[in-house]
Design a protein around this ligand. Structure first.
Ligand SMILES: Cc1ncc(COP(=O)(O)O)c(C=O)c1O
Length: 406
């Protein structure tokens, strides 16, 4: 049981301290209980906890919408606030339908978009959908831009181009042409930390533009500094029509945002879509302070620096381990894909579980993901002390060695 936390350290009820290399589930990017975020929330609590944002304008909510318009890429200008990632994706789906007058979606295999019926319908992962079906009609799935396991061949850039071209095939052969939007995580989280080749998203965008299909970037997990940029889509030079944010947006306070181009956002009539608690002033005040911290302390830059060093260390440390299929990531969003051996590439979920248990015994909390449960995930708070990160990486590498012997 966790009773306290600070920065990248959490303390259990028995007094033991752990290095948190998962940040909740990739949530507290500015660190646990950041003093500026905590103080902003406390001072908001003293003034106003709730008033309906359906009926009234609230200062922190309006200020946050303005800040998000300034910091998000391209022409993303207007925000709908909700409480969770799933709710914000649902809003994006409805907004895309309202704007285009169309009704179908394309999502990616191995994706994860939430646990409501709509978002599970977009999720390309059977293990997350069990016992909840049948799901919504009108969703087609395109292949994942995942060079390590791809039905296409060539170097990553070529695989990126071919995987993008497959989106046009999906539109032509798997839909009725009534496609409102294509949704993708610019860097996949639950699917196993999958970074698309640089060629992928620009080529997809060109196809979407030709067919009048909107691009929804699901930045619920990869946003807010985690990948070394404030938003992961910035790495790929494309402009989404809708960007969805949650998790890291308020450093642990419940808040999500569906941020859209003005004309797309305005397809919602006032009051047509609503969440009672959505955009609560306490979470919005926390989010404003969180953005200040991100910018003042250049946390995205820190994620980029520490992340590339961590990738290098893990790659070097595991180069002779045949159980490590691939070490990949962007910024402090790092995955180590574990396999029975490098030739068969058969996923080794049991090993990933054993590594997580070993790490926890040795004072480090990590995550596990991937469609087959065989990817070790390192997504620490971006403020993690360099010494703590070094120690965590040593423990992960020792866990891999230990599990190989055991
Ligand atoms: C990419 C992505 N989208 C959506 C969600 C759903 O967010 P929430 O759990 O806040 O509903 C998640 C949660 O893990 C996610 O990783």
């Amino acid at each position: 049981m966790i009773t306290r936390a600070e920065g990248a350290r959490v303390t259990a009820d028995d007094g033991r301290s752990y290095i948190d290399c998962f940040a909740g589930i990739s949530v507290v990017n500015a660190g646990h209980v950041h003093p500026r975020v905590r103080d902003a929330a406390k001072s908001q609590i003293d003034r106003l906890i709730h008033a309906s944002s359906y009926t009234y304008y609230l200062e922190p909510v309006a200020d946050l919408a303005e800040r998000l318009a300034a910091v998000t890429p391209g022409r993303l200008e207007q925000t709908f606030f909700a409480n969770s990632g799933a709710e914000a994706i649902e809003a994006a789906m409805r907004m895309a339908k309202a704007f285009t007058g169309r009704h179908e979606f394309i999502a990616l295999e191995r994706s994860f978009h939430g646990r409501s019926v709509g978002t599970l319908s977009l999720t390309g992962n059977m293990s997350r959908k069990t016992r909840g079906g049948p799901y919504l009609p009108g969703v087609a799935f395109a292949p994942t831009p995942y060079p390590y396991r791809s039905r296409f061949s060539g170097d990553p850039e070529e695989i990126g181009r071919q995987t993008a071209a497959a989106v046009e095939d999906v539109i032509r052969f798997h839909t009725s042409g009534d496609v409102a939007a294509f949704i993708a995580e610019p860097v996949m989280g639950e699917g196993g930390i999958i970074v698309p080749p640089k060629t992928y998203l620009p080529a997809v965008k060109e196809i979407l533009d030709r067919y009048g299909v909107l691009l929804i970037a699901d930045e619920v997990q990869c946003g807010f500094g985690r990948t070394g940029r404030l938003f992961a889509i910035e790495h790929f030079g494309v402009e989404p029509d809708i960007l969805v944010s949650a998790k890291g947006i308020a450093d642990g306070f419940p808040l999500s945002a569906t941020i859209a181009r003005r004309e797309v956002a305005q397809s919602f009539r006032p009051g047509e879509h609503l969440s009672t608690f959505g955009g609560n002033p306490v979470s919005c005040a926390a989010a404003l302070a969180n953005l200040d911290v991100m910018q003042d302390d250049d946390l995205p830059g820190r994620a980029a620096r520490l992340g590339s060093r961590a990738l290098e260390r893990l790659r070097l440390g595991s180069q002779d381990m045949t159980c490590v299929g691939e070490v990949r990531g962007l910024g402090l969003m790092i995955g180590v894909e574990l396999v029975k051996d490098r030739t068969s590439k058969q996923p080794d979920a049991a090993l990933a579980k054993a590594v997580r248990a070993y790490c926890r015994e040795h004072g480090v909390l990590i995550g596990v993901g991937g469609v087959d449960g065989n990817v070790v995930r390192l997504q620490p708070p971006l403020v993690i002390a360099e010494g703590d990160l070094e120690e965590a990486l040593s423990v992960v590498l020792k866990a891999l060695e230990h599990s190989l012997v055991a």
